[in-house]
Design a protein around this ligand. Structure first.
Ligand code: ATP
Ligand code: MG
Length: 307
């Protein structure tokens, strides 16, 4: 088993470069980072006071699984994944703290756009479509219902906001103005191919990936666009159980929807420092574990053997 619920980690053997809402980034050397995923959970861009059991390890193992699967299924795809083994610099105590929840990755220059792909219309996209018939300003066919599939998956980028700020939806043309035409075209092409390969893989395992967000970095030595960050996890995506899917209504989900609903029902949306009751944290953990097992065919314990 990975270490119990951990919302904050200090590794004194490595220099901490950044701490996001969920992950902490450490420097191993000038080409390599240690990506450590805590059990923190954010909803509506606010971090909860307590964590979700096993979430950091589940997210890390889901991403690692996808990096392997996608590298085989998307021609020409490069990813930042190096290894799940922690670097030799860590002490034994630090090793057990990060066991299963850390990954060594290539250090790259992050493109400041979030590459969102939507296969199904829901959430903020559905709200915009209901009002204006558009999604991120792009006109969509008439007659879509809540949670309908789009005729083709669509690329709807957003800006990548600093901690505490909200990302803003932009058009592909605005994304091109931020990163340059050539990189923007490659990011869009990769995002759509990765989504299609990932969605097909998940669908065979009973999960609909309704939408997701990718991040990309630039390998400045080869000028290649590389898939970075976490990938196709319940934190970066909306996962729906395929067996209960129905057009025209909200779907059950494997992700934070359970927590979001609890926050909304209790008037706690956007409040800082909210403590989730154990039932909410455990039910959320169970959903992440269910998604993990369906995708990988393994329990978390099985995935962690040898780590
Ligand atoms: P959220 O994902 O909830 O929006 P966040 O993105 O601020 O929050 P985390 O996901 O917790 O933060 O932290 C991961 C950070 O690491 C992101 O800023 C991401 O852009 C960055 N990152 C991911 N992969 C790499 C990489 N290979 N090289 C450099 N930075 C990376
Ligand atoms: Mg992130």
């Amino acid at each position: 088993m990975p270490s119990p619920v951990v919302t904050s980690i200090e590794l004194s053997s490595l220099r901490k470069l950044a701490s996001g809402k969920v992950r902490d980034l450490y420097e191993i050397d000038d080409k390599t980072l240690l990506f450590v995923t805590t059990d923190r959970i954010s909803a509506y861009d606010v971090i909860m006071a307590n964590g979700v059991p096993f979430k950091g390890a589940l997210l890390t193992q889901i991403s690692a699984h996808w990096f392997r699967v996608l590298a085989e299924r998307v021609p020409g795809l490069k990813t930042h994944f190096l290894t799940l083994s922690p670097p030799p610099a860590l002490s034994d105590a630090e090793r057990s703290l990060v066991r299963g929840r850390s990954m060594q990755v290539r250090r790259l220059k992050v493109f400041p756009v979030e590459a969102i792909v939507r296969g199904y219309i829901t959430g903020s996209a559905w709200k915009e479509y209901e009002k204006h018939g558009t999604v991120h300003g792009l006109p969509q066919p008439a007659g879509l219902k809540q949670c309908s599939p789009f005729p083709q998956p669509i690329y709807t980028p957003s800006t990548k906001a600093e901690l505490g700020q909200h990302d803003e939806n932009i058009t592909p043309a605005q994304a091109a103005a931020i990163v340059g035409e050539r990189y923007a075209a490659r990011i869009e092409e990769l995002a759509l191919s990765i989504y299609e390969a990932g969605a097909a893989y998940a669908r065979e395992r009973g999960i609909i990936i309704a939408d997701t967000k990718f991040e990309f970095g630039l390998d400045e030595e080869t000028d290649e666009v590389v898939l970075i960050d976490e990938v196709l996890t319940p934190d970066s995506s909306r996962f729906w159980p395929a067996d209960t899917y129905e057009v025209g209504r909200d779907q059950d989900s494997f992700d934070k929807q359970f927590l979001r609903n609890w926050l909304t029902e209790n008037g706690l949306k956007y409040k800082e420092g909210v403590e989730m009751p154990a039932e909410v944290a455990d039910a959320t953990s169970a959903r992440y574990q269910d998604a993990f097992q369906r995708l990988t065919g393994k329990t978390l314990d099985e995935a962690l053997v040898g780590l």
